[in-house]
Design a protein around this ligand. Structure first.
Ligand SMILES: *[C@@H]1O[C@H](CO)[C@@H](O)[C@H](O)[C@H]1NC(C)=O
Ligand SMILES: *[C@@H]1O[C@H](CO)[C@@H](O)[C@H](O)[C@H]1NC(C)=O
Ligand SMILES: *[C@@H]1O[C@H](CO)[C@@H](O)[C@H](O)[C@H]1NC(C)=O
Ligand SMILES: *[C@@H]1O[C@H](CO)[C@@H](O)[C@H](O)[C@H]1NC(C)=O
Length: 501
């Protein structure tokens, strides 16, 4: 799920879900407010919180007292009490996912807007092995040091951190609501079902808890990416498919020079592997534009114009040469600065165990490892149910790749066993929000399962749009969704307060 951006690539960052994006920024010491000011976003400046960046002494291995004894690492978190009704208001806790925690704090303004209304303390916790929360520093991705990167360890980190911080801050009585987007939303769901003693409720935005547990159709993801472009204009889908067909014809003729010039590649491709890489690189740009199809320009997992799907189709349908139109269309993602003279295929896109992309840099290693262990993403494109060239990623291919790259064999079905799969009926107090534009949406929960397992669908929403701060260009459907989320969360908090009173 990581985006790859040129900016990030330049930072040598990272991976999968979005990771790339987050790494290695020099500006991480700026507060969100400063960052927002820098980007001249004025509409909600008064609400931009002053997060303090802190570190928590965290247990290295929660599940084995012997191996590392009482060893610890420094886990980063961001905190602001500027809206908090001290000792009484709730705690809003973001369960960090695959990237630098600042990136999520900067792109989840709804949480602080809600905190301002409900008097909440806000904490964004960084996931172990991402950003600056590296348990073994630069050696964290060595084998076997990487072995402490599991969903279970990450959840235990959050449970311990919440418990300790509550004591430290005199917040023992304050109900905790967890928030997360994408894999972070999955973690929010898991926190509520695993630690209901600690967490009162969860807002899981765009959390593909089914598709990543091996449930559902392996064709769904790229089919839904395609649907976004097709819905905008069927001709757009046809043009993309036609461009890939032309590329395929040249590849079969081994006319590598023409491919290089048509796609402005830095190096002449010379093998079927290079063509495979080119196809993956091109497909990934469409994945990013579909996921990040927001109604205003954003800097999340790279820079995107407003309505990137619409911009892409405008470019795709402009002119007569399909291959150069395709080159310019992926430039929306890879060449947003307009500075690239050619595309270096292997540095702009790295193939990994997540066919939707791992991003670049350290964060991408961590996501790749997770995609090789608990998180299952065997998604394929096939040129029939989608507009992309046939690219399989079977369980066998995953096994082969993962044993070579990380010395591990994925355990299919473990995530489903451990975190209940689609059998969630005994859980409670979880909101599953999803946007219809988001190719991850149909890998999540789209229908309410009970009065307290509530699905909220946002017809004009892309990947966790509801977690973003309010914007004048927001569609009505996300405004309605946020209002509903806010009401439900207020009810959970009130009920929990009554119970503990
Ligand atoms: C771990 O526990 C031992 C024995 O109590 C103690 O000597 C040591 O300092 C502890 N190490 C850490 C990292 O806390
Ligand atoms: C996709 O399918 C069409 C129609 O069957 C075919 O003409 C085209 O060559 C295929 N494209 C690729 C990239 O395989
Ligand atoms: C279409 O191409 C023309 C001529 O190259 C250019 O001026 C125009 O901006 C392009 N439109 C879009 C939507 O890309
Ligand atoms: C990147 O964008 C610039 C400005 O539009 C353009 O001149 C250049 O050719 C693009 N690079 C690639 C590799 O397409």
């Amino acid at each position: 799920m990581s985006g790859v951006s040129v900016r990030m690539a330049a930072n040598g960052l990272f991976l999968g879900f979005m990771l790339l994006i987050f790494g290695g920024k020099t500006e991480t010491r700026l507060s969100v407010k400063e960052k927002l000011n820098n980007e001249a976003i004025s509409s909600h400046r008064d609400l931009a919180p002053d997060f303090k960046e802190k570190y928590f002494k965290q247990i290295l291995d929660h599940f084995n007292y012997n191996s590392l004894g009482n060893g610890t690492y420094d886990q980063r978190y961001l905190i602001t009490d500027q809206y908090w009704k001290k000792g009484n208001g709730p705690i809003f806790f973001y369960t960090g996912n695959e990237g630098d925690i600042w990136e999520f704090a900067q792109n989840s303004g709804f949480i602080t807007e809600l905190a301002a209304v409900q008097g909440a303390l806000v904490i964004f916790a960084e996931h172990r092995y991402y950003g600056k929360s590296l348990p073994f520093g630069k050696d964290s991705f060595n084998i076997p040091a990487v072995g402490l990167l599991t969903v279970e360890q990450a959840l235990a980190d959050y449970a311990v951190m919440i418990t300790e911080l509550k004591k430290e801050l005199g917040a023992q009585k304050c109900p905790v609501i967890v928030f997360g987007g994408s894999y972070g939303g999955m973690l929010s769901v898991y926190m509520r079902i695993r630690y209901p003693n600690i967490v009162t409720g969860a807002l899981a935005a765009s959390a593909p808890i089914l598709s990543t547990a091996g449930l559902g159709d392996s064709r769904q993801f790229f089919q839904d990416v395609t649907a976004d472009f097709e819905k905008f204009k069927p001709a757009c889908r046809d043009a993309v498919q036609g461009a890939f067909q032309k590329l395929n014809t040249l590849a079969q003729l081994k006319d590598y020079r023409r491919i290089q010039s048509a796609f402005s590649l830095c190096k002449t491709p010379s093998t079927p592997e290079d063509i495979h890489q080119l196809n993956g690189f091109l497909r990934n740009a469409f994945t990013m534009m579909a996921m990040l199809d927001y109604p205003y320009s954003t800097h999340f997992m790279g820079s995107m114009p407003a309505f990137p799907v619409k911009v892409a189709c405008g470019t795709m349908l402009n002119g007569t040469d399909l291959m150069s139109a395709l080159r310019d269309t992926v430039g929306i993602v890879y060449n947003s600065t307009g500075q690239l003279t050619c595309y270096d295929l292997y540095s702009l896109y790295v193939e990994c165990a997540d066919p939707t992309g791992c991003g670049l840099g350290f964060n991408s290693y961590a996501w790749d490892y997770q995609a090789c262990t608990e998180i299952e993403m065997c998604f394929e494109s096939n040129n029939v149910t989608d507009m992309f060239p046939p690219m399989t990623f079977t369980e066998q291919q995953r096994e082969q790749y993962c044993s070579k790259r990380w010395g591990v064999i994925p355990r299919q079905g473990w995530l489903k066993t451990q975190f209940w799969g689609d059998d969630l009926s005994t859980a409670s107090n979880i909101i599953f929000s999803n946007g219809d534009l988001d190719p991850w949406a149909n890998g999540g929960i789209r229908k309410s399962l009970s009065p307290s397992l509530i699905a909220i669908n946002i017809p004009e929403g892309a990947h966790h749009l509801d977690l973003r701060e309010s914007n004048p260009n927001d569609p009505e459907s996300v405004v309605v969704a946020r209002k509903k989320e806010s009401e439900i969360i207020a009810q959970w908090v009130e009920a929990a307060m009554k119970e503990s009173a």
